[in-house]
Design a protein around this ligand. Structure first.
Ligand code: 4NP
Length: 160
């Protein structure tokens, strides 16, 4: 089964939103994937996602059940097929930790969307608008990622 992990700094705003949104969209598309999220920092390990992130996403029907904060582990680089960073700072820290043979797994989430945004901006210290933008960007990238996973499945490159 294809394994995807979404990564941001705190694993309480952007990457749990990506986990919830992509899980919803992948399931609707009939894809059976292992979907997870993690943070490059450990400030909030064990915490539930940020209430502001959950509020905007729940309005659109996304579900955060079972999601709690964890740090990226060394095993993620080996076990996951795609490690998708929300921004360049997290991409850099993942690339520094990732063994050479797994470097191609580490990519920007927004590389799957066709928009002028190349990163999902950190909403933590901002207002409501930032959380809505995060959701919008993650929905766009998740649509592109679903298409990518469907193509992989058709090519039979991975067992889903
Ligand atoms: P995230 O947002 O990386 O999208 O989860 C943040 C969450 C917490 C902090 C920074 C960003 N923090 O500094 O605690």
């Amino acid at each position: 089964m294809l394994r995807i992990v979404f990564v941001c700094l705190g694993n309480i705003c952007r990457s749990p939103t990506a986990e919830a949104v992509f899980r919803h969209k992948a399931s609707k598309a009939g894809l059976h994937l292992h979907i997870d999220s993690a943070g490059t920092a450990g400030y909030h390990v064990g915490a539930k996602p940020d209430k502001r992130s959950m509020a905007v996403a729940r309005e659109q029907g996304y579900d955060f059940n079972g999601i709690s904060c964890r740090k990226v582990s060394d095993a993620d680089f080996v076990e996951c097929d795609l490690i998708l960073a929300m921004d360049n700072a997290n991409l850099d820290s993942l690339r520094k930790r990732c063994p050479e043979e797994h470097q191609q797994k580490v990519q920007l989430m927004m590389s799957y969307a066709d928009t002028e945004f190349s990163e999902v901006p950190d909403p933590y210290y901002g207002g409501q608008k930032g959380f809505s933008l995060v959701l919008d960007l993650i929905e766009q990238a998740s649509d592109g990622l679903v298409t990518h996973c469907q193509a992989l499945t058709k090519l039979n490159k991975v067992k889903v």
